[in-house]
Design a protein around this ligand. Sequence first.
Ligand code: ATP
Ligand code: MG
Length: 640
Amino acid sequence: MPPLLNDAHIDAAKYDEMYAASMADPDAFWGEHGKRLDWIKPYTKVKNTSFAHDDVHVKWFEDGTLNVSANCIDRHLAKRGDQTAILFEPDEPGDGAQHITYNELHEKVSRFANVLKELGVKRGDRVVLYLPMIPEAAYAMLACTRIGAVHSIVFAGFSADALSARINGSGAKLVITADGAPRGGRVTELKDNVNKALLHNVIDTKCLVVKRTGDQVAWVGGRDIWYDDVASRVSADCPPEEMNAEDPLFILYTSGSTGQPKGVVHTTGGYLVYASMTHEYTFDYKEGDVFWCTADVGWVTGHSYIVYGPLANGGTTLMFEGVPTYPDAGRFWEVCEKHKVNQFYTAPTAIRALMGKGTSFVEKYDLSSLKLLGTVGENINPEAWNWYNENVGKGKCPIVDTWWQTETGGHMMTPLPGAHALKPGSAQKPFFGVKPLVLEPTSGEVIEGNDVEGVLVIADSWPGQMRTVWGDHDRFVATYFSDYKGYYFSGDGCKRDADGEYWITGRVDDVINVSGHRMGTPEIESALVAHETVSEAAVVGYPHPVKGQGIYCYVTLMNDETPSDELKAKLQAWVRQEIGPIAKPDVIQWAPGLPKTRSGKIMRRILRKIAENDYGALGDTSTLADPSVVDDLIANRADV
Ligand code: ATP
Ligand code: MG
């Protein structure tokens, strides 16, 4: 196990003391920690929340006023105007990185804000961002916050249809896009997608276009505007708008792995307090560190840990336009070496993909600047955790496995790198102010004690919590507060181990019942991936005449392995030996690719439908990264 950081902000004693304080008196605790931000008018009220089913409301710091961009930029200027705020690494390594200082960020964001004003965007208006991972994406976000507009980012990998649904859903006055988005050596024609999306638009939406590739784009006069044309005639002085703590900051649609994406609403004060505090403590961020979160700003991870958390903390945040495998599978490590990255935060799916390419790509680079590694998005199976630890962290960097959701705004459970001896695959400890409970799934009874398993709920509010579903508060209540009354239901299952630490067992939907034994499918997946021939695996249940549910496994092999019936038998025996006879796969289907959301999560609900032989009801597939994968899996479905 990597050692703990010994000069961390939070050691074990400090964690215990602060956690206890946050539970004993949330008003006092958050009243104190809310002061990490600069408030225009300080709050006098801290917490006003209720999870009661007939009166769900969440308000934090409700009479305080502040501005997010002022907290992320202006307040740092005196001390660190010349420090790099955003370190931009473009898709093509040869194009060279850009260092954007806080002074420059101030100028860029203020000008961008004036461009928005010039186009008639006002406080409270929604603006959709459909942009590559370029500094302009951060400028646009911060510009919205500067004038009090509400941004809704749509990941640039989404199709025109998905974009259109989100533009209409949020009622956006303006879409900000670029001509094209270079990624992995290829270009996505973003402006073309916006043209398609706006074709059947039911509202009047203008389109602001940032130049990235210089490619020719189809233009609609009167609707489309080049950013540069307006920017050149507006001033670079834009005083920040005074916003209430509970004014909406952004809307973000969830990644859609379980059903229809929801427009999650976060507000100004509580979100920023929580994003900045988790960024500082979870990653043990220190003055001068270079922090790299590899997510896209189109996901909440990018919101909280590329832009808002690091910048609120006066940090240096790396923004990467490309993909981990371009020009080759060493790109992440090349960038870490080049920019002397100190904290590196990525997703298990990326680690597994790189693991499949072998260690030679990591070994080439000097990774000695790294102090800490992190993961988010899914369970990390121990195999991938060990690979990450040994090859990237060289056994010296604590790995924080952060469990959280779009809905939670920031980390909910994670080991803290100076406080908690690590356990691969476990999110371990609740963050300050977070009170997890384990419930018996059917009765909803609270399960006390350790070494127990059930569904994961949170007993009380925390500042980063979503406030509502955009335009549909009933859906908010129905989705999160109805199954288990009085609690926030995460949709995930978990175990509390003998030491009282938490392990996410996967989405509750992913639990299968084989001959009366309840099993989380991630556990079987982990066992499969632990086999030397397997690169990725996804496991679902299907109706089985004898066992109730059978175990259906989709397996992707390592690059140099050949599928065979012998190998299937070997893998079945392997899982049986690793977990037990009850977990022995009934069916293994070779899968050259798995259906994933654009954020890289396996869409098990689609795999379930295929295993159940029920293709008619695949549901919403608009968030799939590569729909052709599904056709291939259907064509080669195993007969059961
Ligand atoms: P949707 O809600 O639309 O189905 P989604 O749940 O994939 O999409 P996100 O908010 O991006 O959308 O993901 C949060 C979910 O990701 C969590 O509920 C959990 O299932 C999973 N997750 C995130 N981090 C971890 C982690 N460290 N360990 C295990 N699971 C994780
Ligand atoms: Mg979810």
